[in-house]
Design a protein around this ligand. Structure first.
Ligand code: UDP
Length: 345
């Protein structure tokens, strides 16, 4: 019998890519999404790519406990991957109550329902933002977390801690919860089919959607925030992880939980490439691989940006048997193919 994975926030950017990889690996997927930050484009894309048009879809808000319980009553869930959360750093600073309520309550509801339904394996979608401005690079899972600089970042840290505590409290009980937190670096790119990808609402905050929207003419000019950082070319360094590679890390983590291969009830893995790339280098590779010139300018530093962060990926490589494979060139070509696909719609 195939195992069933609930993907909360499954109609979004990361959730849709993860759903595809789960289905391609033989899992049943149930999607829950309140559609607050997406439309049906990616969910429809998942069905097209996988050829599976009967994926159970619950348009529910995970902050509504009754709806979550109903889902768990109706479906036999073996594992949950929890994406359903707000993710804009700036907005979280302006609207902390909204961010704390949404990101914490939805996760608490998932955990409570999981616990009350005989226990579950829970994979939490965390972020390298928990490391803040780390001094020792690359960061390992042991690198201390630094105090969050935004409510968004704080919700990631708090949800990690909640998961750890719930795992500890339920050990040996009837409703055992086991947990993995995956700390993502910078997910970018789109599925090779160009049927699913990132769909930012309004002006993108993230670098790659801003680049593709500039290239397609939706934005006039990319601002590169800061070229006076203490790096080789003066721009910030990040670890850009391909979205399909990232999705495959989730499949590996879910398999580890379901096949009882975890070494602890709660585990953490960095998900990155291990390779730092500068903003300027990324722009240059994008231009080269797609044969175009991008309109960009250097602009002042963006408040809150760390100079450099990239992952030590050895733990994920060794324990999950996973590693990033797609070359940056291919990832950036896929991001551009997706933007063009959107433009043709
Ligand atoms: N960045 C930029 N221009 C933009 C958006 C981002 O220069 O329009 C830079 C940003 O300063 C950072 C890097 O690109 O150094 C990655 O930013 P992003 O917001 O994509 O992810 P973050 O690392 O902040 O989570």
């Amino acid at each position: 019998m195939s195992k069933t994975v609930l993907v909360s926030g499954g109609a979004g950017y990361i959730g849709s890519h993860v759903s595809v990889e789960l289905i391609n690996s033989g899992y049943n997927v149930v999607v829950a999404d309140n559609m607050s930050n997406c439309d049906m484009t990616c969910f429809e894309g998942v069905k097209k790519i996988t050829g599976k048009d009967d994926i159970p879809f619950y348009q529910i808000d995970c902050c509504d406990y009754e709806s979550v319980v109903k889902l768990f009553d109706e479906q036999k869930i073996d594992a949950v991957i929890h994406f359903a959360a707000y993710k804009a750093v700036g907005e979280s600073v302006a609207q902390p109550i909204m961010y704390y309520r949404n990101n914490l309550v939805s996760f608490l509801n998932i955990l409570e329902a999981a616990k009350n339904h005989g226990g579950c394996n829970v994979l939490f979608s965390s972020s390298a933002t928990v490391y803040g401005e780390a001094q020792d690079l690359p960061v390992t899972e042991q690198t201390p977390r630094l105090p969050a600089t935004s409510p968004y970042g704080n919700t990631k840290q708090m949800c990690e801690d909640i998961l750890r505590d719930v795992v500890k409290a339920t050990a040996g009980s009837e409703g055992v919860v086991k947990g993995i937190a995956l700390r993502y670096f910078n997910p970018i790119g789109a599925h090779p089919s160009a049927l699913i990808g990132e769909l930012p609402r309004g002006v993108p905050n993230n670098l790659v959607p801003f680049i593709t929207q500039t290239a397609v003419g939706k934005r006039e000019c990319l601002s590169i925030f800061g070229n006076d950082y203490p790096t080789e070319d003066g721009t910030c360094l990040r670890d850009y992880i391909d979205i399909v590679d990232l999705a495959k890390a989730h499949v590996a983590a879910v398999a580890r939980m379901l096949d009882d291969r975890m070494k602890e009830g709660y585990e953490i893995f960095n998900v990155g490439t291990g390779r730092p790339v500068s903003v300027y280098e990324l722009v240059t590779v994008f231009e080269k691989v797609n044969g175009l010139k991008l309109n960009y300018k250097f602009a002042p530093r963006r408040p809150g940006d760390v100079v450099a962060i990239w992952a030590d990926t050895r733990l994920a490589n060794e324990e999950l048997g996973w590693q990033a494979e797609r070359p940056l060139e291919e990832t950036l070509a896929s991001a551009w193919a997706w933007e063009k696909h959107l433009a043709e719609k």
